[in-house]
Design a protein around this ligand. Sequence first.
Ligand code: PLP
Length: 362
Amino acid sequence: MTELPYRSLSARKAVPSYWHRPGEQICLHLGESPFPPTDAVQRAICDAAGAANYYPDTNAVALRDDLAGYVGHNVCPEQIIVGNGSDDLIQLTVQTFLPKGGTVVSFEPTFFYYGFCTAREGERYAPMFRRRADKYDLPPMEEIHSHIQREKPDLVFLANPNNPTGGLVDRDRVLQLLQRTPGTLVVDECYFEFAGQSVVDLIQEHSNLIVLRSLSKSFSLAGVRIGYAVACRERIDALERMALTFPVNAIAQTAARAALRETEIMRERIGKIITWRENLARELNQLGLDVFPSHTNFLLVCSGLLNKIPDDCALCLSKRGILVSNQTHTPGIEGTALRITVGTPDQLERLLQEIREFVTGY
Ligand SMILES: Cc1ncc(COP(=O)(O)O)c(C=O)c1O
């Protein structure tokens, strides 16, 4: 098994957000939305602040009702649990469904938190590796099947679309993976609204499927912290038993409910982000950089052109007030790579100007 660096990290150190000053810097390193919460959501947050002397609803009944309506596919509120961001639910899933001596499988490069939570529990993380030559798509299903038979994982995590590579696995292959997974398959659909594809309907027939979602990206609520998981009632009950008494604060519950009333604005904004993403991809391609197809709000960009002595491109950009995520040392990434969040056209124009200068030589 390849050794991954998760054991030595704290989650706070792994997320380099503490040199993050939105307003002073152009922050394109954490996959945040360039749009602030809508006016109605901001008003709802202010109104909820006035009732902050009361405890929140521990069961988040109203929010789960609203989420059930949003998710559709006959999902009922009892098939949903909410958490303090989907990070919280990843951790809760590992604590609930990974027994002592258990194993977690995932597909690196992927979201670091799956390996991190497994290592924190002291359990075995046995990822498969995607290949750059395959545009970081999943390995072939026969290889996955052998790996799963060998490792007998209790939990399999699939980020779909994937972070940091941006690619999407189609429903047929997710279903094949589900059928080959003896334990629980967690499909993390944090970027669902950008991809427009989901397997959430399959929870009605497959009791070993958990679908994770987030309001951080598409609903512009990363700072508020709201995520949710959808699964059969038995799995949701098991997660509930391990959850905090008040996992989601009252202001966050109110903000999420207000955001869910404005899905049209959300969809309009996503349409813009996708247009800006494709424009950015074209421009970066023209600079000779390798840009991977994305179904998210970020692009993975690889090229030796991004690596110059003494500074790499991410460091150079940060010195010029633009933060992007350096992915070169992410497990499974081959070569020099940046993950760039899609910002506003003005921000991306500044970014392109700097990258152009870096590539052609300052
Ligand atoms: C695939 C994936 N899952 C989960 C998360 C965590 O999101 P949240 O803000 O809901 O905790 C992220 C954040 O970047 C992500 O990329």
